[in-house]
Design a protein around this ligand. Structure first.
Ligand code: BES
Ligand code: MN
Ligand code: ZN
Length: 493
């Protein structure tokens, strides 16, 4: 989709659809809408008086051949109550407008800014909404519906500088998020650990990032016993991907942000096999790793002041003849012993080595993202990402970035009492809780053990990384949650 900047007055913009926003309030025909009402000979006040135009969030009012406008259609999109309208609403309304038009065979639009949101940030949010909304998960459909994609969108009504800045930033962030989504959507036969490493290499090469990929021999040399224990049940070898961004004037001793992402390219549960029903969804168990790769892709372009290293342990979790068995004891790279009570609690095993390796590389701050537990879905459903953190100030900064990006994230506890629940009878730690609930928290406590004294945040994205149904603003499938939040955090670091 081509994104252009339009400087003509809105009456002169010839496009398939001119889109603008309506707030839900009594005097809604004000500012840009008052001008448009005048230009269209009172069409908007007429619609308002009839009760058809309420401004409720995601309400669409389509006017064909609007008088006084060069555009073929005028689409009015509700943003809801002004006091409740944040970037989250603007992003969704913009994406939904594109999908609304796409469903009606429209291929070009111009988005007209409202006077309430004419800064670079709002232009960026609109661009993000459009690019995220335009993505489809149809690459394996043999009947190519190329016409499904939008041809072009123009930003209109923003000061030129704000439009330029917002467009550039939105293309980077949404491009990164869509890169993550495209990886997560891949079925496991099209994205094995080796193929994921190849995709990461291609991305890093194109972006100018340095990358190292460890094969199974190197992983064994490094004594990543926890990662190997999961990988041993599969004929597909594991990979450990390390992508590094170094700012131009990085000094020794400066902070280094470590991003560790779970990449289980398929999670059968291993010998603790999952039920067949819904197991096909476990191809998205690499969403945490794909998130971190997407973030790195964006950072290569945005060039934050902080050094950032992504560590992505990648493996399948399979019940093969050599698979680990419940009760087995494994040694993680850090030297700690782990009793594997349940082979389906594999994410925390591979992250244990991921976190330890990130520390070994000198990361001073750690963030992991993982589709880690079904229990987080019980706690927060598919609305909020679960956020666990060892240091309040660091966690607060992440939550602030999440708010700024319109991504819902909710803090969860990590009290020491929960550590009791993962005490093992025969090893240093066991990989599941002792059956008294709190499954997402005991999983986090396990990770905390391997982050040791380094400030650490864990994002459990099991409930939020995948959309079972399409939304007005998004195709179904991978959501790309947390990509923009982590980019924002790195940029403010
Ligand atoms: N990948 C799953 C978690 C998951 C569940 C992701 C639902 C997405 C949707 C993880 O590896 C897992 O199997 N966790 C187990 C842990 C249990 C055995 C302690 C779970 O949540 O059931
Ligand atoms: Mn599992
Ligand atoms: Zn898993």
């Amino acid at each position: 989709m081509e994104l252009t900047i339009e400087s003509q007055p809105f009456t002169k913009i010839s496009t398939d659809a001119l889109v603008t926003y309506v707030y839900e309030k009594d005097d809604k025909i004000e500012g840009v809408l008052a001008e448009m009402d005048a230009a269209t000979g009172g069409r908007l006040r007429e619609l308002d008086a009839s009760g058809e135009l309420t401004g409720k969030l995601l309400e669409f009012t389509l006017v064909h051949n609007p008088p006084g406008l060069a555009a073929k259609r005028l689409l009015l999109v509700g943003l809801g109550k002004p006091e409740k309208c944040t970037g989250r609403e603007l992003l969704r309304a913009s994406g939904a407008a594109l999908r609304f038009l796409k469903a009606r065979a429209v291929r070009r639009m111009a988005v007209l800014a409202r006077e309430q949101a004419r800064d670079a940030a709002s232009a960026q949010t609109v661009v993000e909404g459009l690019l995220l909304g335009d993505m489809e998960s149809d690459i394996y459909k043999t009947e190519k519906k190329n016409e499904k994609h939008f041809d072009g969108a123009a930003l209109a009504g923003w000061p030129n500088e704000a439009a330029e800045k917002g467009r550039a930033a939105g293309q980077v962030t949404a491009g990164a998020q869509n890169f993550t989504r495209s990886l997560v959507n891949e079925p496991s036969n099209k994205l094995t650990p080796r193929m994921l490493a190849e995709r990461a290499e291609a991305m890093a090469k194109a972006a100018g990032l340095s990358i190292e990929v460890f094969d199974e021999n190197k992983i064994r040399e490094l004594a990543m016993g926890a990662l190997l224990s999961v990988a041993q049940g599969s004929v597909e070898p594991p990979r450990f991907i390390v992508v590094t961004y170094t700012p131009p004037n990085h000094k020794d001793g400066a902070p280094v942000l470590g991003l560790v992402g779970k990449a289980v390219t398929f999670d059968t549960g291993g010998i603790s096999l999952k039920p067949a029903d819904g197991m096909e969804k476990m191809k998205y168990d690499m969403a945490g790793g794909a998130t971190m790769l997407g973030v790195m892709k964006a950072l290569a372009q945005l060039k934050p002041a902080v050094k950032v290293i992504a560590c992505v342990p990648a493996t399948e979790n399979m019940p093969g003849g050599r698979a680990q068995k419940p009760g087995d004891v494994q040694f993680a790279m850090s030297g700690k012993s782990i009793e594997v009570i349940n082979t389906d609690a594999e994410g925390r095993l591979i992250l244990a080595d991921g976190l330890a390796y990130a520390r070994k590389l000198g990361c001073t701050h750690l963030i992991d993202a993982a589709t880690l537990t079904g229990a987080i879905v019980v706690a927060l459903s598919n609305i909020n990402v679960g956020v666990f953190g060892s240091e309040q100030g660091f966690t607060e900064r992440l939550l602030a970035s999440a708010r700024a990006c319109g991504e819902k994230m909710w803090p969860m506890p990590v009290d020491e009492e929960y550590r009791e629940m993962i005490k093992s009878g025969i090893a240093d730690i066991q990989n599941v809780g002792s059956g008294k609930g709190g499954g997402a928290i005991t999983a986090a406590m396990f990770l905390k053990e391997f982050s040791e004294e380094t400030p650490w945040i864990h994002l459990d994205i099991a409930g939020t990384a995948w959309l079972d149904e399409a939304k007005p603003w998004s195709a179904k499938g991978a959501s790309g949650v947390a990509v923009r939040t982590l980019i924002d955090l790195a940029m403010k670091f």
